[in-house]
Design a protein around this ligand. Structure first.
Ligand SMILES: Cc1cc2nc3c(=O)[nH]c(=O)nc-3n(C[C@H](O)[C@H](O)[C@H](O)COP(=O)(O)OP(=O)(O)OC[C@H]3O[C@@H](n4cnc5c(N)ncnc54)[C@H](O)[C@@H]3O)c2cc1C
Length: 486
């Protein structure tokens, strides 16, 4: 690469990706007197990444000591260096103070302590979840961040995906970024450093197959723009990776080509008790889990350990006419998720439009339905018989399900294909307590930093609201250390 070619633009920090981490980094850097350019892959109106469509909670822990113990316990058999844990624990207690200083209005979630994901772990009562303003969801926390960015007139380049990092061939030091806009390559010089905040690999099926345990494919309910670009760019200049096998998932959801992301099916959603018979089967026509279980961001207790939910693809939600006729299988509006927030989909009240589209399959008998979806008819018939038996006895002796214990009534019968779905990945370039990106030998790549879910600290179990909390904390850490570069 020609490192002597002229630069088109320059700033102290070139920040790649305008989501929560990019916003926190840009706000901190500009508040400290630095100049920044934010490169964003999405067109204007689609920026914000997963942060924009998240449930909008962020973690503010109550004590650094307890936060340290809790994070160490969450990481369990996948320990994170203590220097990293200490910094995280200190900074996670300062999120409210920082967010308020940026014009945010921190309000604690009302459902504490239910929001503590692993209450039995040491230090768990440090967890306090906050969001901006009176309403939880509907992009509120993101809107507060975006308002602060806009108020400071931070230079954002939309529709300008970063493609490559430019390094000094002698020192390996990062000099800037090559990005693309309108079919042209633009060169952005970083006077101090480049900060990668461009999210995970939720939309990169090759990385999903390579890194996420046991998944032939998986889709996201978040931003369609996160394709692992930051991971590829960092790898190209010798970064080490970590936590690539950890992700906030899987759940089971509907993914159809007409919609960019997954959407949740109401009968599987833990909060809803609908009328009618419903089970989920794998390709062998058999049930494999408690369909109504609320996982801990995809983890379920198996053989005494929290491990990812088994998702034998393809999976089918099979149900009877009572459920089909009861109400819409999808709400259409939700406080979070890319499709509900950014696109919107008006699911028909009687499910007929989705039946006509083929999203829902139907047949007069279970045998005919089994043939349509390609599962063994005798196994499906047996699964429904066993389910009806569990319901009649009031106990699911196979998987311990306790909700929607209703047997199948008469046909016709229905099926919806379900895919593994996730909120976000946690893996990416390994970073240290200064948010510097590291090489495999543990030394930093000079002048390269990262923050957010691109190489998150979460190595195994995840505490909800931890990701946006980490965006805030490591966005700040990255900004201040990067500005200190010579
Ligand atoms: C439905 C849903 C609910 C969630 N709820 C919560 C919650 O309540 N609390 C919580 O803590 N976490 C939640 N999460 C997870 C959380 O939203 C994310 O982990 C976090 O917001 C990631 O922030 P980020 O800044 O690292 O990445 P993102 O917010 O995803 O931002 C990355 C940005 O980088 C851009 N980008 C990608 N590639 C490039 C490139 N090559 N060049 C330039 N730009 C690029 C993307 O377009 C995007 O704008 C949720 C996730 C989802 C999907």
């Amino acid at each position: 690469m020609n490192t002597d070619a002229p630069w088109d633009f320059e700033a102290d920090l070139i920040i790649v990706g305008y989501g929560g981490a990019g916003a926190a980094c840009a706000l901190t850097a500009t508040t400290a007197g630095g100049s920044v350019i934010l490169l964003e892959k999405a067109p204007k109106g689609h920026e914000g990444g997963n942060t924009r469509v998240a449930a909008q909670g962020y973690l503010n822990t109550s004590s650094p000591e307890k936060a340290r113990d809790y994070l160490n316990a969450l990481c369990g058999h996948h320990p994170v260096p203590q220097a990293m844990v200490e910094v995280w624990a200190e900074e996670m207690c300062r999120n409210n103070e920082w967010f308020a200083s940026m014009g945010g209005d921190p309000q604690e979630h009302q459902h504490q302590p239910a929001g503590i994901e692993f209450p039995d772990l040491p230090g768990a009562d440090c967890v306090h979840k906050f969001h901006h303003g009176d309403i939880l969801g509907f992009s509120e926390t993101w809107n507060a961040l975006a308002a602060a960015v806009s108020e400071r007139q931070i230079d954002i380049r939309y529709d300008t995906p970063a493609k490559r990092l430019v390094t000094d061939p002698r020192s390996g030091s990062v000099l800037g970024v090559i990005a693309q806009h309108d079919g042209r390559e633009l060169r952005f010089r970083a006077r101090k450093a480049v900060v990668l905040t461009c999210g995970g690999f939720e939309n990169n099926q090759e990385m999903i197959r390579n890194f996420l345990p046991g998944l032939p494919y998986c889709y996201t309910s978040g931003s369609p723009y996160n394709e692992g670009d930051g991971i590829r760019m960092a790898m190209e200049i010798g970064a080490d990776l970590w936590h690539m096998n950890n992700y906030a998932g899987p759940s089971m959801a509907l993914k159809v080509p007409e919609l960019p992301t997954t959407i949740s099916m109401r009968p599987l959603h833990f909060a809803h008790e609908l009328q009618g018979g419903m089970i989920v089967v794998g390709p062998d026509g058999k049930r494999f889990c408690d369909e109504k279980y609320k996982t801990r961001h995809g983890k379920v207790m198996q053989s005494g350990r929290w491990m990812p939910l088994r998702v034998p693809c393809p999976m089918y939600m099979v149900f009877d006419h009572t459920l089909f006729a009861h109400e819409a299988l999808y709400e259409g509006t939700a406080p979070s998720g890319w499709t509900p927030i950014m696109i919107g989909y008006a699911w028909s009240a009687d499910n007929q439009a989705e039946l006509a589209k083929g999203w829902i399959r139907s047949a007069p008998s279970l045998a005919a339905l089994a043939q349509q979806i390609g599962v063994p008819a005798d196994a499906l018939d047996q699964s429904v018989r066993m389910w009806n038996d569990h319901c009649a006895r009031g106990v699911d002796t196979e998987f311990g399900r306790t909700k929607m214990m209703t047997g199948f009534a008469q046909g016709p019968f229905y099926a919806v294909e379900l895919s593994p779905s996730m909120l976000n990945t946690q893996g990416g370039p390994r970073r240290n307590e200064k948010a510097q990106v590291l090489k495999p030998d543990g030394s930093p790549i000079p002048r390269l930093y990262s923050a957010g879910e691109l190489g998150s600290i979460f190595s195994d179990l995840y505490q909800g609201t931890g990701n946006i909390g980490e965006c805030f904390a490591f966005g700040r850490i990255a900004a201040l250390n990067a500005l200190n570069e010579a």
